[in-house]
Design a protein around this ligand. Sequence first.
Ligand code: F6R
Length: 359
Amino acid sequence: DKGTYPYYMLKEIDEQPNVMRKLSAEYLDEAGHPKLDADLVDAIKGSDRIYIVGAGTSYHAGLVGKMQLEKLTGIPAEVHVASEFAYEDPLLSEKPFFIFLSQSGETADSRQVLVNVNKQKLPSLTITNVANSTLSRESTFTLLLQAGPEISVASTKAYTAQIALEAILAKAVGEAKENQAALDFDLKGQLAVVAQGMQSIVDEKNEINQIAEDYFVDANQAFYIGRGIDYTVSIEAALKLKEISYVHAEGFASGELKHGTIALIEPGTPVIGIITQAGTAGLTRSNLEETAARGAKTLSIVKKSLARPEDTFVIPDVDELLTPLLSVIPAQLLAYYTSLNKGLNVDLPRNLAKSVTVE
Ligand code: F6R
């Protein structure tokens, strides 16, 4: 039931602070240590490479998970688009461990990879929102997102829940390996900061609605740019905008612009820089300025400690491995209000279904 909300998507965006609190309560103990199945933690600890598989938004959450897992466990991880990986006949490491990310647990592309994995009797984990879903039943282990049903076709709270749960998993395996970064990571404290930060962003709906009207409703194209973890959010942000507002949007690694893409910038093209990582903030800022010099209308989503007075959205400071949980929120709301202001059916965009059960 969407209650007083005009669309499920807005309700689901608003639920994200609570989903963060729920995941923290469910999977972290009083002292902040993960409470996960010891067999699952051991299986990942004993692997020499983690293969993360997903489609669409779940793939984008996997890109963040790779960074979290590598940083906190020291185990190399790679991320694959399910529909590609299923038919690649990949060269695997000696002791691979597979992680499937799927909100619905029913995505046929992801399942096809799992079928191959099971044929080879390799261990796997499904991270899903739906207990007893196909992927959950067929994989060795399951972790539930606990996000409550996600009805809107555009995925929002499942993306942030996947990222938070991947961080919990990475900390669990890292602690088991006595990795110092994992032991030092105050994930419980940081998830509380995230929940509060999400709330402060969703409370700014009116401003975000205005920006959607001013910049996006009449745009034929828009670009998100960023580096590293911010790049992964930029492709998720662009997907959200295109799928529900039909504005042609792309996310780019900001350093790649000058290698071709910048030719697309026209006077008035909105370009949004995502800037949350201290090491690359200056570089992305210059790339954003280069687009402004060619007529782009630039906007920015910037972490507080890196912010300047001219920035559009200033998001609270949080650990660099968790910034997507906050930087994606303005992008979700921009997509929502662009679609709404264009008079579209936000929850049921054309040509799309919530769960994609064909390959
Ligand atoms: C985008 C979106 C899709 C899904 C994708 C995978 O907003 O919802 O890209 O993320 O179809 O679905 P699941 O996670 O159910 O496997």
